[in-house]
Design a protein around this ligand. Sequence first.
Ligand code: SF4
Length: 224
Amino acid sequence: MMYCGDDMLMLSGIQHFRFCPRQWALIHIDQQWDDNRLTMEGSLMHQHADDPFYRQKCGDYISLRSVSVASYQLGLYGVTDVVELHPADDDENAISHPRYPGWWLPYPVEYKHGKPKKHEEDEVQLAAQAMCLEEQYDIRIDYGAIFYAEIRHRVEVAISEKLRQIVTDCARQMHEIFSSGQLPTIQRGRHCEKCSLKNICMPESVDCTRVSHYLKKNLYEETS
Ligand code: SF4
């Protein structure tokens, strides 16, 4: 199946979907968003990585920022943090660039504020970017990388068949849920503690005791 125009969904949502389908649907169907510390840190870091006018020759490779990508097979579109172009004259998957003579192998790099996670939502997002580039240029991309700010280290990721299948399955499910307009049910788990939308997803879980304690101490005591 090929998607087009209004059917396309934001690629960046695939990391939310992999983390929790309900969180993705709250953001992309219900248009809800609530910044917590983790998402604020991520936004600040992406302000530095997403500079659409930045391109740099670094030694023997070129670093392109904020590259638009799309896959009509997956129905996803978005902007990558960085695509590096590595010299590859003899590689059948090499592409040309109008500013830089020669042949180059695209190597997507995603920037994350934290450290490597137990689950593979970051890898899935990177693989989706690679699959978009593959479709655009009719090439194969075997590797990309994720730079984690907390450990200031780049982790190379193989774009494996397993990751590709997860991307394909997630994209199909995202489209099915988006078409239905229905929020997936709550899936309680440890991941909920890190969820920026917990208060919206489960308003009954908001800890009101801290607010009432503050009001009691700072407001009621002053006026009494
Ligand atoms: S609180 Fe839990 S179930 Fe609700 S959206 Fe977040 S991760 Fe998903």
